[in-house]
Design a protein around this ligand. Structure first.
Ligand code: NDP
Ligand code: CA
Length: 325
């Protein structure tokens, strides 16, 4: 038989002060590139992953199991090519409202017997949030439309009466495209500024009047890239949640994806959860599996259905004198 699936712990570092109470319950957010079925079977070339482990009829349960294990309130996914036949109906039956945006020209469509284009999906728990606005964006670079997209969902949090804006994106992959990623990031940041500034200076929001923001994505960029620097230094005041797992609070995890292709082994940090640090605080993070837990054949595998790890954190609204309810 197969060894038990490795457990991941929720870590609440001491620097993160939990102040969870019933009037301000934390919001659990998941970020995950789930690996498009058509790409995994038809394009990626994961030479150390057994073909059986890529069979959709089994792999889909591993993906759903992971979501169900942690019961996030908000789920941000990339490389979704089974939205209408799988995730939309199943997530709806579990109490989530969702939205999907396909890439304009998905590489899945090049694969024989594909299940349609891949794209980004965003789900939120209907019992906790009511929708305020949804934006489906095609990202531009230097004024030109690109093949990458984002969903920006503005929500009303029922427990607190606060608004929250959540975005999901998947930037252009591969080395050599750093400038395109940076331009796509700049375009997304510009759209996010417009959308979140419609906070209108209500008493319940931050002094700037901006709506607190969470941006989840597969940025396809290491922390050394320009697009990362753009996000960490933008006027939106964003911080990357997973830095808080490190002892100095300044260092990203060593990897969020780890795979072996014919071209070699690739272990890198490409996925992020950004949040407005003066309006939101991170209370817990799901830890990153160790190299031993991932195993010598890396990802995906019988235990991990995607070549990317899921990221998950609990976030709550900061309370301050200017943020009284
Ligand atoms: P990207 O370069 O952004 O990558 C698309 C997907 O490929 C991503 O999901 C990415 O996964 C994955 N990927 C990254 N590196 C590799 C690799 N080394 N081997 C295999 N897969 C990898 O694609 P674009 O959106 O820019 O689209 C380009 C693709 O679209 C082309 O490759 C082509 O297949 C298709 N296309 C087809 C056209 C047509 O005429 N039919 C026209 C235009 C595009 P991750 O993000 O996890 O790294
Ligand atoms: Ca991929």
């Amino acid at each position: 038989g197969r060894p038990a699936r490795p457990r991941r712990d929720l870590v609440c570092p001491s620097s993160m002060v939990p102040h969870c109470h019933k009037h301000n319950p934390s919001i659990r957010i998941m970020q995950w590139n789930i690996l498009a079925q058509a790409l995994g079977e038809g394009k990626d070339g994961f030479i150390r992953c057994p073909l059986d482990a890529l069979n959709w009829q089994e792999r889909k349960y591993l993906i759903l199991e992971e979501i169900l294990t942690y019961r996030p309130d908000i789920v941000c996914l990339q490389e979704v090519d089974h939205y209408y036949d799988t995730f939309q109906p199943i997530m709806a039956s579990l109490g989530y409202q969702g939205s999907f945006l396909a890439k304009p020209w998905s590489p899945c469509l090049d694969v024989e017997r594909n299940n349609g284009p891949d794209g980004c999906a965003l789900f939120y728990r209907r019992s906790r949030f009511s929708p305020q606005a949804t934006a489906h964006l095609r990202l531009s670079a230097m004024m030109l439309p690109t093949n990458q997209v984002a969903i920006v969902q503005t929500l009303n949090c029922q427990a607190t009466g606060r608004r929250l804006c959540v975005a999901v994106t998947h930037l252009k992959a591969r080395s050599g495209w750093e400038r395109l990623r940076s331009a796509q990031g700049a375009d997304l940041l510009q759209s996010l500024r417009t959308i979140t500034s419609q906070g209108g200076g209500s008493q319940s929001e931050a002094g700037s009047g901006a709506i607190p923001l969470v941006v989840c994505g597969d940025f396809n960029a290491e922390p050394s890239e320009d697009v990362y620097r753009r996000f960490s230094s933008s006027p939106l005041g964003l911080n990357s949640a997973y830095k808080l797992l490190s002892s100095d609070g300044q260092t990203e995890p060593a990897y969020t994806t780890w795979k072996i292709r014919p071209s070699g082994e690739s272990c890198s940090t490409l996925d992020y959860i950004w949040y407005t640090h003066d309006a939101l605080s991170v209370e817990c993070l799901l830890d990153i599996p160790t190299e031993e837990q991932i195993g010598p054949d890396r990802l995906p595998s019988y235990h991990y259905p995607s070549d990317h790890l899921s990221l998950l954190c609990d976030i709550s609204f900061r309370e301050g004198p200017h943020r009284l309810m």
